[in-house]
Structures are given as C-alpha cells and as structure tokens.
Design a protein around this ligand. Sequence first.
Ligand code: GTP
Ligand code: SPV
Ligand code: MN
Length: 590
Amino acid sequence: MLTNNKNVISWVDEMVALCKPDKVVWIDGSEEQLTALRNEAIATGEMEELNKEKLPGCLLHRTLPNDVARVEARTFICSRKEEDAGPTNNWCDPKEMYAKLTPMYDGVMKGRTMYVIPYSMGPIGSPLAKVGVELTDSIYVVLNMDIMTRMGQNAFKNLGDTSNDFVRGLHSKADIDPEKRYIVHFPEDNTIWSINSAYGGNVLLGKKCFALRIASYQGKNEGWMAEHMLILGIENPQGEVTYVTAAFPSACGKTNLAMLVPPEIYAKEGYKVWTVGDDIAWLKQGDDGKLYAINPENGFFGVAPGTNAKSNPNALASTKKNTIFTNVAHNLDDNTVWWEGLDKNPPENAVDWTNQKWNGKTSDIKGAHPNSRFTAPAKNCPCISSEFDNPNGVPISAMIFGGRRAKTSPLVYQSFDWKHGVFVGATMASETTAAATGAVGVVRRDPMAMLPFCGYHMGDYFAHWLEMGEKLGENAPKIFNVNWFRTDDEGHFIWPGFGDNMRVLMWIIGRCKGTADAVETPIGYEPKPEDINIEGLDIDVNTVKDLLNVDIDLWKEEAKGIEEFFAKFGDKLPAELSKQLSDLKARLSK
Ligand code: GTP
Ligand code: SPV
Ligand code: MN
C-alpha cells in the first residue's frame, strides 16, 4: 500500500473482494516495477518489443478486431435522476447499473493480478489537478497510464490521509466480449466502471472518462470547465506568447494543430508554436480575472494514420522512443511500425494490425487500423511548451471551435461576442470518424466537440458556458470557428491545412490584439480574403474568397437543423440560445 488514505484503502479492499484477483500490485511508478511489467507483457506476447536502435523503449500492441475504438452506444452516464444525464447521453439508474455490473465483476480477476494505479490529472501539486485511482487487470493499461498521466506514489501526495476527493476507476478486460462491454460513469459517486474492453478511451480511465465526463460534471459544480480542447502557444518575434485552445471532434485535427510547424513565411520572422496539450483542457478563472488552462494529461494518445514528417513532424518525433503503438502494421524486416500516410514506402514483409501476413506494396487492405494510435510521452515532443508543467496553467486569449464540414462552414469566422460564441460552439456539426465505432462520414451535431464526453445534461452544460462568460466579463477569450475540411466538387480538400493553418491562427491572434480587420457577415466576423496570408501557397485569393463564402441558402437549412437539434433539450435549453437562433435567422433573411 502506498497511502494511508482510509477512503482509498477501504474502496480497494471492497473491489478486491468483488473481483477476487490472485494478486494485488500497487503501482509506485518506479522504473524497476515498470521494467518488470514491460518484460512480463513481452514474455506473454501481450506486447512486442520493437527495434531497440530505431525505436528504443517502444512496444507494439494489438487489440481484438471488435475492440478498436470508443463505444458510444455502450457508454453510460448513471446520474440518480435521468434528466441530469440529458438527451445526448445513455442513462440507466445507478442502482440498476450497479446491480447489473456487480455480478459481471464478481470473481472476474481470478487467476489474474489487479494493478492499483494512483495518478494525477494535472501537474502534481497544481491547484487545478485532481487525483484518480484506477484498478485494472491489464498491463497495457498500466503502461499507457504511465505515459498519459503522472502515475505512481507521488500522485497520492495531493490527497492526504482523509480526503475523499479522488475518482474511483474499476477496469477489467473480462472476456473482451463486445456484447457485455460497458463504459459506465457514476458522476455523483466519483466512480467509473469499465468492463470487456481493452482499448484506449474505453480503458485509460483518466482520459475521456475522468478528465472529460466526470470532470465536466465537477467543473459545473465547482465553477470551472473541462473541455475537449488542445492548448497551444504562439510566440511572436518579440518573444510574447499568445495561448489559444481549440475544440475539434475526435480525429478532426487537434493533435495536428497543437504541434503545428509554422510555414516558412512566419518561421523566418521568428514565430514559434509551443504545445501545451493536444486533447483535453481544464480551464479556471485566475486571480487576475483571466481564464487559465492546464493540460491534465502527460502524454499524447494520437491518431497514427496520416502522421508523417510533413504533416506533423513533431508528433512523429514524439514517437521515436518510449512509445506504445496500438493496431499499426508491423514491419518484420527491421521490427519497426508503419501506417497509412507515414511514407510512400510501405513494407513488403509485414503483418497488418490483425497480425496477418501483409505486403504493403501489393495488398489493397489497410496495414494499420484507421483509429490506430501512438501513446507518446509529452516530454518527447520537440515543441513542448516550457509552461507544460506550470501548476497555474496558461492564460487563454482565444477559443476555437471546428469540425469536418465539406460545405456550409467557412474557413474561419469570429463570433460577435461570448454569448454568440457559445451558440457557435453549441451548434457545431462534424462528419463522424473512426475514433468511435459506427458509420464514418455522417454529419452530426457535436456541441463543443463534447457530444460523447459531457457527463451531464447538455442544456445545463450550455448554461454553464454562459455563466462562465458572465464571470469572465471583459476577460473572456474571443471565440472563433474554423473548418479545414471544405471540399471541391471532386471531394478534395481545398485548404492545404496542417502547418498552413497558422495563416488562419495569425488572423485570430490579430483579432485578439485588435490589429486585424474584419467584415461582418450574417454568421459572424470574417477576414477579408486578402487578410489571410497565402504567400508561398499554390492557391489564390479567389480560392480564399470561396473558402470564406457564406452560402445563405445552406445556412437557412443549417438554421433548420439547429432548431431541430435544440428541440431535444426542451426547457433545459437556455433562453439565450433560442434568442441567438432567431437572431441568426433574422440576419440570414435580411
Ligand atoms: P483525437 O485524438 O481522436 O481527439 O483526434 P485529433 O482531433 O487530435 O485529430 P488528429 O490531429 O489526430 O487528426 C486526425 C486526422 O485528421 C489525421 O488523419 C490528420 O492527418 C487529419 N488532419 C489533421 N489536420 C488536418 C488539416 O488541417 N487538414 C486536413 N485535410 N486533414 C487534417
Ligand atoms: C478521441 O476519440 O477523442 C480520442 C481517443 O482522443 S480516445 O482516448 O479513445 O477517446
Ligand atoms: Mn480526443
């Protein structure tokens, strides 16, 4: 035992009695213990050790083909009252859910070891950090949590002997039976139960389950925010850094934007971009009135496909040591990894993510799963911010929303004010991706990119955003919307994206500083086409004009879609948002 905290000890005892593991191992986070676990996972075949020269400390893992992404249909928010979970979450009465799951956990760890993982979300000692304990029968989970969180004995420091303020996570792979898979949150009990999965967001309980679903609920009650947002800093040639956050749905470009490499036109002037976080932000008003953000995580669980030396060299560099790869292709010639979009030289002598013989030159099936991932330590990232461990976080000047929209949404626009910005976030829509099971490419509303991650009633969540705006007043960050994914008639992306997204960020920062101009459209403020710097790109100002075009007929359709979506929330929809919708309609018919 690594703590004298009575609440931790008695809860662990209770869960041990339920799961009946052969052995209980407390994870202290020491290198000896982690090395022993890595060796055990390699010996049993759970993980494979990769090329020691090319990828030192790196491991490869494959999950079952039925267990490759988050399962939204089997994810539950079990608040005592159904209306507290709201229309966008699956709900079940907590008593009923405990009664259903308890027999599934009974004896589930017989013949297995239970690992007790203490971890901190946020820098240890930070006033914004929170403690979790995850119990699991998976070494893969332990090794991933080591990368993704501040894991081990030190995490208990913040808790003391009597506090009850820690999130109780119970995970068992059980039989990895998709029919019995449950990812269940009990927000009022600070508890998460996950069973029958061994994949990423379903089992690394510090991430989406705690840092978004439970934390969003805590944030509402405690006056802060937990958001599905990257955090980045842009340093100008004078050395001033402006921090922005951006919320895009899963697999819509957060990691890429967070690690952006400035195009030559800015790099040569001395602009730099620093990564604070790539997926989750916890935001709280500071003593000076401004909104501050920390990244509660300690690593990146990033999408592998499409990551390459051109699109995201910083992410690629982050994966060169002490990284876990999940569901990528395995190059047997040199014992390295490969995924679609890494380079134009797929291995011929390889196995695909399902461990079948695979020749990347001749095969027409994919070598890596579209949602294959790398788990890389944040400190590996060449552009990690010097403020990464700052316990007080970084001050936020702008918040950006965005998604994948082939049409409708322009390259960038700014909301008229905070309230309108909340409307812009609340009405976001995006095409679905492989990050969750189900159809890909279907447009769905995904407010603030939080549809799968909000741990309470989405109407109350909108109200919380509006309240935060009231509290922040003049210090409220400016709110923007971007879309890198507009397509032409052949379905090709028009905007070059990736590093060139900096060109749009520069207008955003100019707006925050009051140095950039804008024109008013029915949906918000837009740059003039010539205000987006396209020097060095092979697109012209007319293309930018097209990218910024607001098609009034499409937007009238959009307003109808928003109205239908809002109807779901009944009287929980803040009146302010209905007003924003009628204002939009009025502007569109002017
Ligand atoms: P999660 O980890 O699931 O939350 O995803 P994410 O939002 O961090 O997305 P990520 O940055 O990993 O990007 C997902 C996919 O979008 C990758 O295949 C990228 O190559 C692609 N992508 C990212 N940015 C851009 C962009 O600016 N333009 C285009 N066309 N594609 C992009
Ligand atoms: C996402 O789906 O938004 C992710 C990956 O970041 S997971 O951890 O699986 O949720
Ligand atoms: Mn994510």
